[in-house]
Design a protein around this ligand. Structure first.
Ligand code: HAM
Length: 419
């Protein structure tokens, strides 16, 4: 029996890859304009990094990590997200000593052992961005302006931005107690998971998808009504700046996030078109994370976009595969050899050219040119070769011209560069 791939880990094939490349290129362009530079970190880290940053009582750390012990006895984990590894690298390489402000982005695979379904996979890809060193609400608004702009330029339909504030270590503990009190009185109505975690991670109960839990928590106290003066002012200013930058959003006081490092501003870009997996991007502020990981006291904010979900949403509108500029069709051995040299010469000049390698009939060669949607076909026959000539057929215009083989290279370059 042949070997198949691992469940929940997908191949991205030609035909789909063009959409991915488009999404990645657009991110590089947009993020570059906003002053972000790329960082690449390994796919595996010491397990402790994720336990300390994401939080011991989160679903990710409790249930979803790909953790194993390597041959040297180190417990390693395939990264379930990118923020913690980027912060680890930031601290390790003392990037703050080079520049007090870092704007970084990353693109790559993440791993979570979740139950695979449409839009949810075990290996998935994120485009993430992080700003370290600024706690001014202007940067929260600018991060969201950049995220919204990215969605606009990539023409992702039907997405909207939801924001919330999760407070800070000053105001959250009091809120947490109030929430635990509220839940305690309704314990018997909660699902088994929520009954277990209502004291360890009560905010997650607000995010539970079980209908009974949803119903019970409708009147639960909201963090937004319990913010301290500093957090309240910060959130108000974020909203004011978003209004000034004309970024559309709604406030969702029930939004909680599946990672424990968040403080103050949190947000999700949601869609109605992907069923249960409705978050296409998410993030927030994490002002204590760098310190908690042993680094300097520096604030941070960022987000990650789920590439699979974006590609699914682009679906039908996805990017067309590239078309060869030329297909070389030949008749007879001498013409085939001349065509083969021409092929390589043109490819070395950077022009996408194809030919049939196995000596098929002219008809079969033209069929292939058609199949791969070549823009032009060059036909070289024995007689023409002797005269140094060839026929150049423009496929989209149904016209054909006789051209000198020697002048083909410059003719094509002119046409392509001038196009
Ligand atoms: P997250 O909400 O866990 O945040 O993931 C961000 C996005 O990754 C989600 O909104 C979703 O689009 C995508 N995603 C997550 N899990 C899966 C999955 N199993 N299959 C497909 N797509 C998935 C983070 O990861 C934070 N590190 C974001 C962040 C950056 N916060 C601050 N900076």
């Amino acid at each position: 029996m042949s070997i198949t791939g691992i469940k929940g880990m997908n191949d991205i094939l030609p035909g789909d890859i063009e959409t991915w490349q488009h999404l990645e290129e657009q991110a590089r362009k947009v993020f570059g304009a906003f002053g972000y530079r790329e960082i690449r970190v390994p796919v595996a880290e010491k397990t402790e990094l994720f336990c300390r940053s994401i939080g011991e009582t989160t679903d990710i750390v409790e249930k979803e990590m790909y953790t194993f012990t390597d041959k040297g006895g180190t417990s390693m984990t395939l990264r379930p997200e990118g923020t913690a590894p980027v912060m680890r690298a930031f601290i390790q390489h003392k990037l703050h000593a080079l520049d007090p402000i870092s704007k970084l982005y990353y693109i790559g695979p993440m791993f979570r052992h979740e139950r695979p379904q449409k839009g949810r996979y075990r290996q998935f890809h994120q485009i993430g961005a992080e700003v370290i060193g600024i706690d001014d609400p202007k940067i929260d608004a600018q991060v969201l302006a950049m995220l919204s702009h990215y969605f606009m330029t990539t023409k992702i339909p039907d997405v909207s931005l939801q924001i919330n504030s999760l407070g800070c270590p000053g105001c959250r503990p009091t809120y947490r107690e109030a929430l635990i009190d509220f839940l305690e009185q309704r314990l018997s109505c909660l699902c088994a998971d929520c009954q277990r975690r209502y004291t360890s991670n009560p905010l997650r109960v607000l995010d539970c998808k079980v209908p009974g839990c949803k119903e019970v928590t409708i009147d639960a106290p909201a963090m937004l009504d319990n913010l301290c003066i500093g957090c309240e002012a910060h959130f108000t200013q974020v909203k004011n700046h978003l209004d000034a930058l004309e970024v559309d959003y709604t406030v969702n006081p029930r939004m909680v996030r599946g990672l424990d490092y968040y403080t103050r501003t949190t947000f999700e870009m949601v869609t109605g078109s992907l069923g249960a997996q409705n978050a296409v991007a998410a993030g927030g502020r994490y002002d204590g994370l760098i310190r908690d990981l042993g680094g300097p006291e520096l604030p941070g904010i960022g987000f990650a976009i789920g590439l699979e979900r974006l590609a699914l949403m682009l679906g039908e509108q996805s990017v067309l595969p590239p078309r060869p500029e030329l297909f070389i069709a030949t008749l007879g051995e001498a013409a085939t050899n001349a065509g083969f040299s021409m092929l390589t010469r043109l490819q070395r000049r950077g022009i996408p050219v194809e030919m049939e390698y196995t000596g098929k009939s002219l008809k079969a060669q033209l069929r292939r040119a058609d199949k791969i949607k070549a823009k032009r076909v060059l036909i070289i026959g024995e007689d023409e070769l002797q005269r140094g000539m060839s026929q150049l057929r423009y496929m989209d215009e149904s016209r054909q011209e006789e051209v000198e083989l020697d002048s083909l290279e410059s003719l094509l370059s002119k046409e392509i560069d001038g196009a």
